[in-house]
Design a protein around this ligand. Structure first.
Ligand code: PMP
Ligand code: GLN
Length: 378
């Protein structure tokens, strides 16, 4: 087969989850909760199905859900999107991202990604015929380096993909960093794909800096989020994209032939459940407690913790505990100690190894304790 994606294999998340199952390891690799969602949300699905919401919904998603999203974004970030023309329901953030890219990136266009970055971005750009321009986040701190970003912008730059809170580093962009980006892009027509799937997971009093808060960014951004993350239902694959009407119109041209629509009963359930802001407003405290429980245990090992101010990930430096590279260490940890992790090198095109691995702490306390028992040897 003349492959279109020669450098792509099976994702690291699938590989490590399969190994975790095979070795009966505690799976702190792939990011997903091991606990169930609010029973009220499940009841809302059953109710939606029983009420006959089982046929195709409108192409951009059901209006009550889009209205609930518009209301939430306005309440939290102060920008009003028109539910009719500016919000589209997608099959998870994954589809939102690839559809946005396919909608705006033409052959030969350059798209800037900040490495380390989520693994779907670069194959998506390549599928669109675009050229990936990789700009490293500052080594060690993972902060954006605006001089490097500025140098990467050319007349062919079509878009930049940003992600805050950031997978895998667990850093959160500050207001001044978002302003720097806004200023940097002001004289250009570069679009932004802002991956904000962890928007409700910020800790230690940090605030999520949505692109929606910054008028100069909102006007050029596809803002992407995911109900899978927010409501502990990663398997539902429901997310959304918010973008100005002309960008949303282009997005929908592709969306209608990509998936056409996203499953109906889940949309109805989410629309009614979302009216109550408590579940997402409580999320920082809920996850901060888990982060702290996990970090306290890790502090007793020779693993060195990197700061985690957002997402449900905790990165650790493995230098003191092993001479292995990250990928080998992750395999060893899964096979020998029974705890699966993800090597950060999986988020770099060249496999850059900085001796750091990522754990997911979106787990029951008992799961975290069981992992910590196993990690105590380190
Ligand atoms: N972007 C980032 C940064 C993610 O971590 C994930 C989930 N792994 C996604 C996008 C995809 O989200 P979804 O499951 O809603 O497709
Ligand atoms: N977003 C999750 C992670 O980073 C995994 C999603 C996937 O398996 N593609 O771990």
């Amino acid at each position: 087969v003349r492959t279109k994606l020669p450098s792509v294999g099976t994702t690291i998340f699938t590989v490590m989850s399969a190994l975790a199952v095979e070795k009966n390891a505690v799976n702190l690799g792939q990011g997903f909760p091991d606990f169930d969602c609010d029973p009220k949300l499940l009841q809302a699905v059953t109710a939606a199905m029983a009420a006959g919401h089982n046929q195709y919904p409108p192409m951009p998603g059901i209006l009550p859900l889009r209205e609930a999203i518009a209301a939430k974004i306005e309440a939290l970030y102060g920008h009003r999107y028109d539910a009719g023309s500016e919000i589209t329901i997608t099959a998870g953030a994954t589809q939102a991202i690839i559809t946005a890219i396919l909608a705006v990136v033409r052959a030969g266009d350059e798209v800037i990604v900040l490495e380390p970055c989520y693994d779907s971005y670069t194959p998506n750009i390549e599928l669109a015929g675009g050229t990936v321009v990789r700009v490293p986040l500052t080594p060690g701190t993972f902060r954006p380096d605006f001089d490097k970003i500025a140098q990467a912008i050319t007349p062919r730059t079509r878009a930049i993909i940003i992600n805050t809170p950031h997978n895998p580093s667990a850093t959160v962009w500050t207001e001044s960093e978002m302003r720097r980006l806004e200023q940097l892009l002001a004289p250009t027509d570069v679009l932004v794909i802002s991956d904000e799937v962890y928007e409700h997971m910020v800790y230690d009093g940090a605030a999520h800096q949505s692109a929606a808060r910054f008028p100069g960014l909102a006007a050029r951004s596809f803002i992407v989020s995911s109900f899978g993350k927010t409501y502990h239902v990663t398997g539902w694959k429901v997310g959304y994209v918010a973008a100005p009407a002309p960008l949303s119109a282009e997005f929908r041209k592709v969306h209608q032939f990509n998936v056409f629509t996203v499953n109906t009963p889940m949309q109805h359930a989410l629309a009614s459940y979302m009216v109550d802001p408590a579940p997402y407003l409580e999320l920082p405290a809920f996850y901060q407690r888990k982060r702290d429980l996990f970090a306290e245990g890790l502090a007793k090992t020779r693993l060195k913790l990197l700061p985690s101010t957002g997402t449900y990930f905790q990165c650790v430096d493995i230098r003191e505990v092993s001479d292995l590279g990250e990928a080998e260490f992750s395999q060893w940890l899964t096979r020998e100690l029974g705890v699966a992790a993800i090597p950060l090198s999986a988020f770099y095109a060249d496999g850059f190894d900085q001796r750091v691995v990522r754990f997911c702490f979106a787990k029951k306390d008992e799961t975290l304790r069981s992992a910590l028992d196993r990690l105590a040897r380190l």
